[in-house]
Design a binder for this molecule. Structure first.
Ligand code: FNR
Length: 388
């Protein structure tokens, strides 16, 4: 379908599934074991209901905010996800340009399929902020080198991933053949992603004709990518190490319990991201929104000391607003942006942000909120039954 017919993020996902290679779909959509946490991340949002205010003038309604001091048109950023090129030849550059055009911030994965430099050069202007997601190499010197590289390229914050010390089994991905090489060959035949040209893609790409049986990687993609990670990271050693390497804001990505949020606060980091890696790491991790709810209830003081973000299962503007009511400063989306670029390139990313903005503004008005600071805990209620 033409992009103008797409109404929501689910529909972008369906198009992506039909046009991307089987491997790209398997890699992006899969999660650990029985994918319980993956689905519950999404379902959990449906246990939270709103208490709207009425008779509040809402003609002026501003969904913008800041993330670590950087302006964002909506309280949403791109969660760093590996290998955007599997889904589209221009890969991460689609997201960089789409995010730049809509004024949201992209977190770039350590396992991006373009170089960190290519991504920085794909920005629509030098002032477009970029965050960097760090997988810490077990060798401090090598890890330091990676941080210094992105600092030198002008990246604006470091999101240290702490929920992925070892890869877990994403079985649909393990079974799928690995075809990045084919995608790269395809990319070489296209003009380079140097940010100069603009992809004007209004119809989905043709399904790529890669040989699905080729190149089976029995260890799965992640097993090959993060085997050099530091699995001995600790509060005592790792946070001071990173602080010593860079003055950039530091956010811990993958906090999953109240006690660790408090430790993060005491460690003096600038933010925490409640996340279970989109259900791709520890199976039976609690849904992110439930952890946020607990944190807000048990330790509201944490929200005064640092910025709290969440990701996992956010697919609608109402999901974003529920998280903000419960104290999140902003939320991240992973898969939806991979699908958007996989289906329609840069234009798909722009469309995804426009969809979210429309959903957010409509629901803010119906909630009686005209700015993000009007979104308060009293506006949401958690029910103990599961709707539909
Ligand atoms: C991820 N995620 C991830 N996280 C990270 O810290 N480094 C990475 O390289 C990746 N790579 C990655 C690849 C793919 C294909 C997916 C789907 C996810 C996790 C990601 O940042 C984010 O936490 C989740 O995707 C959020 O859940 P949703 O929005 O996908 O439901």
């Amino acid at each position: 379908p033409p992009l103008s017919r797409i109404l929501n993020l689910r529909e972008l996902e369906e198009v992506a599934k039909s046009v991307m290679s089987y491997k790209a779909w398997a890699y992006y959509s899969s999660a650990t074991d029985d994918e319980i946490t993956y689905y519950e991340n999404m379902r959990a949002f449906s246990r939270f209901f709103f208490h709207p205010r009425v008779l509040v003038p809402v003609s002026k309604c501003d969904p913008s905010t800041t993330v670590l001091g950087f302006k964002s048109s909506i309280p949403v950023f791109v969660s760093g996800s590996a290998l955007a090129k599997l889904g589209h030849p221009l890969g991460e550059a689609n997201i960089t340009r789409g995010a730049g055009r809509t004024n949201i911030i992209q977190m770039v994965s350590s396992n991006a399929s373009l170089s960190y430099e290519q991504i920085a050069h794909s920005r629509i202007s030098d002032s477009q902020p970029l965050f960097f997601q760090l997988y810490k190499h077990k060798d401090d010197k090598v890890a330091e080198q990676r941080v210094r590289e992105v600092v030198g390229l002008g990246y604006n914050a470091i999101f240290l991933t702490v929920d992925a010390v070892v890869p877990s089994a994403r079985e649909r991905d393990i079974r799928a053949p690995f075809v990045l090489e084919d995608q790269e060959r395809e990319a070489e035949q296209q003009p380079a992603a140097d940010g100069q040209q603009k992809s004007t893609q209004e119809t989905p790409r043709k399904p790529s004709d890669v040989d699905e049986e080729a190149n089976v990687n029995v260890f799965g993609t992640a097993g090959g990518l993060i085997q050099f990670d530091d699995i001995d990271m600790s509060w005592k050693r790792t946070i001071p190490w990173l602080r010593g390497v860079t003055k950039l804001p530091i956010v811990l990505k993958g906090i999953q319990r109240v006690e660790d949020a408090v430790l993060a606060m005491e460690a003096g980091v600038d933010g925490i991201m409640i996340s279970n890696h989109g259900g791709r790491q520890l199976e039976y991790s609690l849904p992110s929104i439930e952890v946020l709810y607990k944190l807000r209830k048990q330790r509201p003081d944490v929200f005064d000391k640092l910025e709290v973000y969440i990701d996992g299962g956010i697919r609608r503007g109402t999901d974003v607003l529920k998280a903000l009511c419960l104290g999140a400063k902003a939320v991240g989306l992973g898969r939806p942006f991979l699908y958007a670029q996989g289906a329609y390139g840069e234009e798909g990313v722009v469309k995804a942000v426009q969809i979210l903005e429309r959903e957010i503004v409509t629901s803010m008005r119906l909630l009686g909120a005209t700015s993000v600071k009007d979104l308060v805990p009293e506006m949401v209620e958690r029910v103990d039954w599961q709707p539909r």
